[in-house]
Design a protein. Sequence first.
Length: 113
Amino acid sequence: MSDNLWVKGFPGAITVCDAEGTIIEMNDASIEVFREDGGAQLIGSNVLDCHPEPSRTLLEGMMKSQTQHVYTIEKRGKKKLIYQTPWYKDGQYAGFIELSVEIPFEMPHFVRD
């Protein structure tokens, strides 16, 4: 993944696609998370092809409208925050980023005004 060394070793999975949906970068954690689906070989493929319905249609709509989707999941005894959001280069829509980070089942919430 590019020259961003902190991104490469970051413990959460970071997957980046361009405006057409082509996966252009994956950090080490993303490659491991998607190992059974091809891992690093997914770079160059379309992110929409990696999602079954109804997720595919949802993601396609998010990409067209450039809106984010943030939620949590529980899978294999782990809770994760999934943060899918558009990214921009020089003010122009450039694609989508998915960040998947393991989080505790119980965690404090602070309101700071």
